[in-house]
Design a protein around this ligand. Structure first.
Ligand code: ADP
Ligand code: DP6
Length: 396
């Protein structure tokens, strides 16, 4: 069917990623080009995901729109969203110019409807999954031939970390050196199947909107932190090499050490900024303590903590150590929500995994929810649409 009443639709789901080498600093704010490369683990969409439908039709009028979790978002004044839409439209235009029989979708109003199955703007990487899903859904709607790597350049302009959510497994974002950003893109370092045993336990300390947003925070750091140049120039490039090797060799101890060192280095440059930026709190420090205790008892590194721009802890560990790492937390927080589902149910509570009393009490009082997840795949096309056949938004 074609003609003015046709409603074109395409839907996708996209994952969250949590970096083990952090992106914190831009060398170009307009193009969203980073001061350093970064590396993340894509997390399973069985636990955290964004679901987005992109649609266009001659019957739609007015400006492009986005409904996010049931509320209209102001995308007209979002330069980043506009940059993504413009780029995707121009790629569609090129296709239409080459093949004049194609419907002129690039000229039509876009309606976007999206839902995150976890709190938005709470330090759980909603912008990463959100922009990856937006770009993938529109690219599919426009039937673009571009690879995930080429699309990562577009998602990067929405939110830097989003470029890493266009792929599954272990993903590097190469900082690149070109001024136009054409070499600043994501690359798969290893697939999920290379090291599928990686697990992540997220301790949600706060699902509130975060204090200092990443975009503003990293600018303050670039402008004021005296420690940050060494991080950008020497520390991160060396760590990127070492952690990539550790991933290739499935060397968890090296992976864990670098992950914790890099999280600490990122929070150190935040504290070294002026005015100082504090993202960690007592609950975060209790989570660090729990990880250190598990490692001490095991006599080797079996768990690694990492924190983004907020107090929530992400703890990486291998499936074989679920009992010694996540099991200790499950034993002290059995009634906290989030242990249900495939990954959580596989964690045996550990009655013998003792923690210091203060750590235990702080975690009990401060963790509002847990998320049990694992390394997972990239965006997936789905037939379940959030816009009906008449072009109206449906709630997820
Ligand atoms: P977070 O820590 O959750 O990534 P940010 O403040 O960095 O928080 O980003 C939140 C912003 O990302 C939202 O205000 C919205 O503009 C954008 N965003 C989040 N989810 C989506 C989505 N599903 N689709 C499009 N944009 C989204
Ligand atoms: C601490 O990707 O949210 O999570 O590009 O300004 O949108 P913008 O920033 P964003 O920053 C993420 C920062 C981080 C580290 C990381 O994911 O690498």
């Amino acid at each position: 069917m074609s003609g003015s009443s046709t409603i074109y639709r395409s839907s996708t789901t996209a994952p969250v990623n949590i970096a083990v080498i952090k992106y914190w600093g831009k060398r170009d704010t307009a193009l969203n080009l980073p001061t350093n490369s970064s590396l993340s683990v894509t997390l399973s969409q069985k636990s955290l995901r964004t679901h987005t439908t992109a649609s266009c039709s001659e019957s739609y009028s007015g400006p492009d729109s986005l409904i996010l979790n049931g509320d209209k978002e102001d995308i007209q004044s979002s330069k980043r969203t506009q940059a993504c839409l413009k780029h995707l439209r121009s790629l569609r235009q090129q296709l239409e110019a080459k093949d004049t029989s194609l419907p002129k979708l690039s000229k039509l109003t876009l309606r976007l409807v999206s839902a995150n199955n976890f709190p938005t703007a709470a330090g759980l990487a909603s912008s990463a999954a959100g922009f990856a899903a937006l770009v993938r859904a529109i690219a599919d709607l426009y039937e673009l031939p571009q690879s995930p790597q080429e699309l990562s350049l577009i998602a990067r302009q929405g939110s830097g970390s989003a470029c890493r959510s266009l792929m599954g497994g272990y993903v590097a974002w190469r900082a690149g050196t070109k001024e136009d950003g054409s070499d600043s893109l994501a690359e798969e370092v290893a697939s999920v199947s290379h090291w599928p045993q990686m697990r992540a336990l997220i301790l949600v300390v706060s699902a509130e909107k975060k204090g200092v947003p990443s975009t503003a925070g990293m600018q303050t750091t670039v402008e004021t932190s005296t420690l940050s140049p060494a991080r950008f120039k020497d520390i991160v490039p060396k760590r990127m090499q070492d952690i990539e090797k550790a991933i290739q060799e499935r060397d968890f101890e090296t992976f864990a050490r670098i992950t914790m060192q890099d999280s600490n280095s990122f929070h150190a440059i935040c504290l070294d900024s002026w005015p100082p930026i504090h993202y960690l709190n007592d609950v975060s420090r209790a989570a660090m303590n729990a990880v250190e205790t598990a490692n001490r008892k095991a006599g080797k590194l079996i768990a690694a903590y990492t924190f983004d721009a907020g107090p929530n802890a992400v703890i990486y560990y291998l499936e074989e150590n679920a009992h010694k790492v996540a099991g200790v937390i499950k034993n002290i927080l059995p009634w906290t929500s989030g242990w249900e589902g495939e990954f959580g149910e596989a964690i045996p509570p550990n009655e013998f995994g003792s923690l210091e009393q203060k750590t235990l009490m702080t975690l009990k009082a401060g963790v509002s929810r847990v998320i049990c997840t694992a390394v997972g795949g990239g965006p997936e096309k789905v037939e379940n649409h959030l816009i009906d056949e008449q072009g109206n938004a449906i709630r997820d």
